[in-house]
Design a protein around this ligand. Sequence first.
Ligand SMILES: [Zn+2]
Ligand SMILES: [Zn+2]
Length: 98
Amino acid sequence: MAKAGRGRCELCLRDHVERTIHHLTPREFGGGPEDTSKLCIPCHKQIHALYPNSELAIRLNAIEKLQDDPEMKKYLNWIKKQPAGKLPRIKKSGYRRL
Ligand SMILES: [Zn+2]
Ligand SMILES: [Zn+2]
């Protein structure tokens, strides 16, 4: 996962977030270095959690297509309310501090 520095996430459009390079067309499907976008880390994780590379390559190979996908829309509505500075908390299952 290549770092891209801080700035605006191209997907959720939050500013001043830590970003990483996402290949809109996965490299294994012929995507080149120009076919990338800079996404915040939660967006990037969410994309790869929801869709296999084969689906990204065929159906979701552009930012606008990702933003239009119903599953991503739900996520984007949520992430836009999260502050840019901190990463959303990932729940660890089976552990409770009392
Ligand atoms: Zn984002
Ligand atoms: Zn990616």
